[in-house]
Design a protein around this ligand. Sequence first.
Ligand code: AMP
Length: 399
Amino acid sequence: MNYVLVLNCGSSSLKFAVVNAVDGDQPLSGMAECLGTADASINFKANGQKTQQSLEAGGHTAALSALVAFLQTQEALAQNIIAVGHRVVHGGEYFRDSLILDDNAIERIRECSVLAPLHNPAHLLGIEAAQAAFPALPQVAVFDTAFHQQMPDYAYLYPLPYEHYKELGVRRYGFHGTSYRYVTGETARLMNRPANELKLIIAHLGNGASVAAIRNGHSVDTTMGMTPLEGVVHGTRSGSIDPAIIAYLAHRLNKNVDEVDAILWKESGLLGLSGMSNDCRTIEETAQNGNERAILTLEIYSYRLAKAVGELMIPLGGLDALVFTGGIGENSTLIRERTLSWLGFLGLKIDSTANDAAIRGKAGKITQGEQAAAWVVPTNEELMIARDSAELAKAEVKS
Ligand code: AMP
């Protein structure tokens, strides 16, 4: 009885997996896409087989009904699901931990929609549909922001008028917290040291990218801010820029603030710099063929990442390990090598053989020497959500 149905709802998509909360095994997974459009469909991967079906323009409710119907064909598995775990991007200042959802918590998530207008409303659709589809199961929310809620005020406040923090919630929240929590535990296990004695910097480099400083198992600062736009270079997002650029572009391009905002979110980062793709693999291939813009894009990415690592050493007062995770962190030997080339002064000297070996889900230490080390540690947000959900569901049964 250790399975959790993990749901990650976007505005037009729903990713799902039935996850064994003990070993991370996923006997069923899949995704519904194009929800609310004529092309709405859902695919299932179970027992090594993939199937797809149309949802006939249905939305999140139709997707969950199809999932319930599919689970009815997998009776033994369905009977062992003890909770539904929802990934929720923004928990504002309300949530420091995962919790079993009740009306009050759902209302708080709704309130946080102003801070994450693309994500939280979609999560609420998924939560409502899951409550209807699985009325007997506890519904758990696991927040991307929760792990960073213990950041000190001097780290999370922006130098803006203080009332904008008090009245409008303008402050740094940080994201990728579920991943950071998982990777912190895994890194401590691999280093054979207790997490509460470690000074870690973890770089979660996916389509969205961020870096966090973890001291004694807690996040003390991170590069993402009020939204997941701030910080290092992302796939299509700019990361940190001079804020005056927004007004400048609006005037020069005769665009309104929303249109300029869309440039920062959707047309910048690796995509904007390279002019070809937000996919790091494509840029690396093009760079290998001598394309100067691709080479420069990767250099900017690595340089900004190394600068973020340096900055985050301030709250740590030292470093035991720099950890790479996420699609790029786990697979790009080049980005790791270029980033570490800036950090040699910390004693981080790359071990090229180990760096080449740590790809496609393999963890490992990728530097030589006994001082601070760099590691690759694959993340597993689904497993972290499953663990939290199973723990809360079991505690509820006991109480
Ligand atoms: P994620 O959001 O964590 O799934 O990561 C997606 C990113 O990982 C994309 O930008 C991919 O290009 C990148 N990625 C995946 N595999 C590789 C690879 N072998 N080399 C470089 N980047 C990769």
